[in-house]
Design a protein around this ligand. Structure first.
Ligand code: B1M
Length: 210
């Protein structure tokens, strides 16, 4: 198990998309815990790529190649996370997306998949989503939650703008959760969000009111 997780992590650091997809398939065949493989294998690898890039040991193209390897592995694993979907009563409707100016979508997609797998109806708006689009979609679909991902310190203020637009339109009944690497519960309180989730499991618990 430990060895396999380490190989998964290394495949992302090496930017080897063929290998990462192969290791993801192998993990499924071995019946490994998919969330553990994602978090302690592949996510650990992409975070290391980010660290190496920040320290100047990798260049931007290598960051892109690492992200591609990560996406290939997620493409293999994501369907098995969706297993819980269907047949159950919806626990509520969540509109999710990555805020405008920000194209990081790996974590957001993982959160969307986990919410859907746990019985929520999810409208995934994708990445680089304008503030008004979150508000309009949530209003039109009578959503219970808006979940806004931001991975850049420069795009975090967009999360606050969504909350301000909701208030301006008297839609304060729609709850807002924020997430993404630079966010925190302090940030959520500061901007008046209803909650912060540090990972996909926490996002599900928050949406369930746990
Ligand atoms: Co970028 N990038 N990147 N990047 N990138 C970061 C975020 C960075 C921290 C890297 C670093 O410096 N160490 C840094 C941000 C610095 C800052 O603002 N403080 C950075 C930068 C600077 C940039 C560019 C500006 C680089 C450049 O062009 N000069 C550029 C920005 C482009 C843009 O958005 N406009 C850029 C580009 C890219 C790639 C395209 C190459 C690629 C993204 C590919 C893609 O997503 N399609 C990329 C990647 C891969 C990263 C890192 C390495 C990894 C992000 C990731 O996918 N993590 C990242 C470093 C890092 O985060 N440590 C970095 C795995 C993912 C599963 O985790 O997204 O954190 P995460 O999601 C978690 C939780 O945060 C939470 O649950 C998820 C699952 O556990 N969560 C939520 C996330 N969203 C949530 C929403 C919720 C609830 C929970 O509900 C609301």
């Amino acid at each position: 198990m430990k060895e396999h997780l380490e190989s998964c992590r290394q495949s992302i650091i090496d930017g080897d998309a063929e290998k990462s997809a192969e290791l993801a398939k192998l993990a499924l065949e071995k019946g490994m815990d998919v969330l553990e493989v994602i978090e302690n294998g592949f996510v650990s690898g992409i975070r290391e790529v980010g660290r190496l890039w920040e320290e100047g040991e990798l260049f931007l193209p290598e960051l892109v190649i690492g992200a591609d390897a990560m996406k290939k592995a997620m493409d293999v694993l994501q369907p098995s996370l969706e297993g819980g979907k269907g047949g159950q009563k919806s626990l509520g409707h969540v509109v999710i997306g990555t805020i405008e100016g920000d194209i990081h979508d790996i974590g957001k997609t993982l959160v969307a998949t986990m919410l859907a797998a746990n019985g929520f109806q999810v409208t995934d708006l994708g990445a680089d989503v304008p503030v008004a689009k979150f508000v309009e979609t949530a209003e039109k679909t009578s959503a219970d939650w808006i979940a806004i991902s931001a991975l850049l310190t420069t795009t975090m203020p967009g999360q606050k703008k969504v909350i301000e637009q909701l208030a301006a339109k008297s839609l304060g009944n729609i709850k807002v959760m924020v997430g993404g690497a630079p966010c925190s519960s302090e940030w959520a309180s500061e901007i008046g969000a209803d909650g912060y989730a540090g990972d996909a499991v926490a996002a599900v618990a928050l949406a369930k009111g746990q």
